[in-house]
Design a protein around this ligand. Structure first.
Ligand code: FMN
Length: 222
């Protein structure tokens, strides 16, 4: 499965089977995490296996999540731009996991922050987690906005690569499925801004990853 196919088939999954993640799959995820942490300089992303306590939260008493054993902890230094960078790194990990047959769900609210086993330095913050494992289902497609609702450049005036990028961005996970992002084509690049909303800075990094992966063109954040 390539990245484009992973973008198409990914949906949030909240119910997991107890099937453990095999060693070779763990090694690949850990390799990507290590590389991104090295390159980024401010992120301290970690993957934690076999820790159900993190999803045993008051927020989750209604059983929204079930069987979550593993999660990726999105930790970074507390500084401007950290959330956008974690969104970008986290979504690469989500799609890497999808390609290897795993399922995921971004979680910024419904988890037990205090029970989470990630190491968080005094100058760092745990911004969100991503549940990861073998889903009971593959999830299902969510309602999505139209192209023109998230693009200042009209579809008929846009380059093919830009259309591919926006369409991939429309398939990205966003907090509460809010999709409060706006793209604009600027020559051979695109600009991306977000409107006011919950966790839109994480969303910004996530949709940027989808756009760049599908279009092969760079996005500048405004
Ligand atoms: C930054 C972020 C935070 C999220 N937080 C939660 C959460 O706390 N609880 C939850 O059940 N889903 C959470 N989600 C999942 C979204 O609800 C989901 O991505 C959205 O409804 C679109 O569905 P899809 O991912 O299946 O396309 C979050 C997603 C993102 C991107």
């Amino acid at each position: 499965m390539d990245t484009i196919e992973a973008i198409r088939v990914r949906h949030s999954v909240r119910q997991y089977s107890g099937r453990p993640i095999p060693e070779d799959v763990r090694s690949e995820l850990e390799r990507v995490i290590e590389e991104r942490n090295q390159e980024d300089g401010i992120s301290h992303v970690q993957i934690i296996y076999g820790d159900p306590a993190c999803f045993d939260s008051f927020m989750n008493r209604n059983g929204r999540f079930d069987g979550v054993q593993n999660y990726i902890a999105l930790v970074a230094k507390k500084q401007d731009g950290a959330m956008e960078r974690l969104g970008y790194i986290g979504e690469e990990l989500v799609l890497t996991a999808q390609k290897m047959g795993l399922n995921t769900c971004w979680v910024a609210g419904s988890f037990n922050r205090k029970a989470c086993k990630a190491k968080v330095g005094s100058d760092q913050k745990l911004y969100a987690v991503i549940a990861i494992g073998y889903g009971m289902t593959r999830g299902k497609a969510s309602k999505s906005k139209d192209f023109d609702a998230v693009s200042k450049t009209r579809r008929q005036e846009a380059a093919d690569w830009y259309v591919r990028g926006v369409e991939a961005a429309l398939l990205a996970p966003t907090a509460m499925n809010q999709q409060k992002f706006v793209f604009e084509q600027t020559g051979e690049m695109a600009r991306l801004s977000t409107k006011f909303g919950f966790y839109t800075k994480l969303d910004k990094g996530i949709v940027r990853y989808h756009f760049e992966a599908a279009s092969g063109h760079e996005v500048t954040l405004v």
